[in-house]
Design a protein around this ligand. Structure first.
Ligand SMILES: Nc1ncnc2c1ncn2[C@@H]1O[C@H](COP(=O)(O)OP(=O)(O)OP(=O)(O)O)[C@@H](O)[C@H]1O
Ligand SMILES: [Mg+2]
Length: 113
């Protein structure tokens, strides 16, 4: 939901001339993981801030409109599932986030012997 609402925010900023799009793709890999990809054709994320977007409270939105917690929370949830999230974005050409999570969590097998 946080990733989707960021895409919606980005698309709402654009003028209405272009065809606004959010594309969600899912796939199961041979490594028994699922990859969920979210792509929008908004204005993208400036290279200078790409390293900061997962930090808690980082936002470039107006102070009373955002907490800057959306991606920090998403990142935390995905880590708990032993997964990862990757950003592909070029300023002016949209944004793509790919989330990969294992289908079954790895279990720590303890042995007494
Ligand atoms: N799809 C996107 N298009 C453009 N910029 C994005 C996109 N997704 C994230 N960002 C950038 O990453 C920043 C951090 O996102 P995050 O969701 O963590 O916080 P926020 O949206 O600003 O606030 P909150 O989600 O807490 O209301 C955003 O302020 C925005 O600059
Ligand atoms: Mg957000």
């Amino acid at each position: 939901m946080n990733i989707l609402s960021n895409s919606i925010d980005a698309l709402l900023k654009l003028d209405n001339q272009i065809q606004k799009q959010i594309v969600i793709k899912t796939e199961v890999t041979e490594l028994e993981t699922v990859i969920i990809t979210f792509r929008d054709n908004g204005d993208g994320i400036d290279a200078e801030i790409q390293s900061k977007i997962f930090e808690p409270f980082f936002t470039i939105k107006p102070i009373n409109k955002a907490t800057g917690l959306g991606l920090a929370i998403s990142h935390q949830i995905i880590e708990k599932h032993q997964g990862n999230i990757q950003l592909k974005s070029e300023f002016g050409y949209g944004t793509e986030f790919a989330i990969e999570i294992p289908i079954a969590l790895a279990v720590n097998h303890k042995s007494d012997t």
